[in-house]
Design a protein around this ligand. Structure first.
Ligand SMILES: [Zn+2]
Length: 113
């Protein structure tokens, strides 16, 4: 299963299709439209150049948010420091809609964190 940004320069190979999609209401996810699916970083392969964005408005940012420098699509996030192990988020919007349509949607109240 491969997720692709709009221009196709960034591809993300996933070990399996998602079984649910997470929608977060934090200010960043609201503005980028990110919909999260989660994997272990060691089972995902990101190809192509990506640029980082780390929120400066938080007391302590725990994620690096990556995007394609060419088309601007939010592609994935990875954890910083102790948050790096075990989990990363991939933007489900980079997948074919047929893969995610109809999946359960989990609402996360990131705006309150
Ligand atoms: Zn792109």
């Amino acid at each position: 299963m491969v997720a692709r940004c709009h221009c196709g320069k960034v591809t993300i190979e996933l070990p399996h299709a998602p079984s649910e999609v997470t929608e977060c209401n934090c200010s960043l996810c609201r503005k980028t439209g990110f919909r999260g699916i989660y994997y272990s970083p060691d089972e995902v392969r990101v190809s192509g150049a990506v640029d980082p964005y780390v929120r400066a408005d938080l007391d302590e940012a725990c994620l690096t948010n990556w995007h394609c420098p060419t088309c601007g699509c939010a592609t994935h996030w990875t954890g910083i420091g102790v948050h790096a192990a075990g989990r990363m988020g991939v933007n489900a919007r980079l997948l074919d809609p047929a893969v995610v349509d109809g999946l359960p949607v989990k609402k996360v109240d990131g705006a309150s964190w």
